[in-house]
Design a protein around this ligand. Structure first.
Ligand code: PGA
Length: 222
């Protein structure tokens, strides 16, 4: 089911409520975190709630292959919007790293992701698992689709500055999360979201694999 909320503020606070409850009920939680424009309001809301992040461990879903201190890197994004504004320990947050098997082992070694916050791309990607990604995929380097590069050009001076490659958790990695919450904002996401949640389960629409997850919640606003 897709939960449709009235506006972006409600979307942000609803998902922030879920993260807050997770952290309060399970202070040793392992969270999977996403970037992009959609979760910005949720991060802002979480920062304002001054939660105790001291025992929380996080795994970001993906990073661009680019200079990590570039202002538009996902490492910079996370520090600016969440990590530097909470009491999380720097050695408790993780971005996908090489060798990828060690990153996967790190997730498994921490007993897996309890709550994974996802977005969806206009082409149906989750994290940077572009259409055609195997449902069995794990953390790896991927080439970004032209549509993703165009969609993300708004964060850069020009489309030519958008990285063309990324490291992403795989679909199998994401599906091992105990609970998944997908947030989507804007009419341009509505059709792909409906196809992903109610259409055929196909690698052409990576998000459609979520239909097979037992504990997934979808939140959407126009
Ligand atoms: P957006 O990105 O939140 O910036 O729309 C979502 C995504 O591509 O997964």
């Amino acid at each position: 089911m897709i939960n449709t909320l009235r506006n972006y503020m409600e979307l942000s606070s609803t998902v922030a409520d879920i993260v807050e409850a997770q952290i309060k009920e399970h202070p040793l939680s392992k969270l999977g975190l996403s970037t992009g424009s959609t979760p910005l309001g949720m991060y802002k809301e979480l920062v304002s709630r001054e939660l105790d992040w001291s025992t929380v461990i996080t795994f970001n879903l993906d990073v661009y292959l680019m200079y990590v201190n570039h202002p538009e890197s996902y490492q910079s994004y996370m520090r600016k919007n969440l990590f530097d504004r909470t009491n999380i320990y720097p050695n408790h947050y993780h971005f996908p790293f090489r060798p990828f098997s060690s990153f996967e082992d790190k997730i498994k070694g921490s007993k897996g992701i309890d709550l994974c916050i996802l977005g969806i791309g206009t082409n149906g990607h989750i994290a940077f698992n572009e259409p055609g990604s195997s449902f069995l995929s794990r953390t790896r380097v991927v080439n970004l689709e032209e549509q993703t590069i165009i969609d993300n050009a708004r964060f850069f001076d020009s489309v030519d500055d958008v990285p063309t490659q990324a490291i992403t958790m795989g679909l199998a990695t994401i599906m091992e999360s105990k609970k998944i919450v997908l947030m989507a904002k804007g009419l341009k996401k509505k059709s792909i979201l409906n196809q992903a949640m109610f259409g055929m389960i196909t690698e052409d629409i990576p998000a459609s694999i979520l239909q097979e997850h037992k504990n997934v919640e979808i939140y959407y606003c126009d």
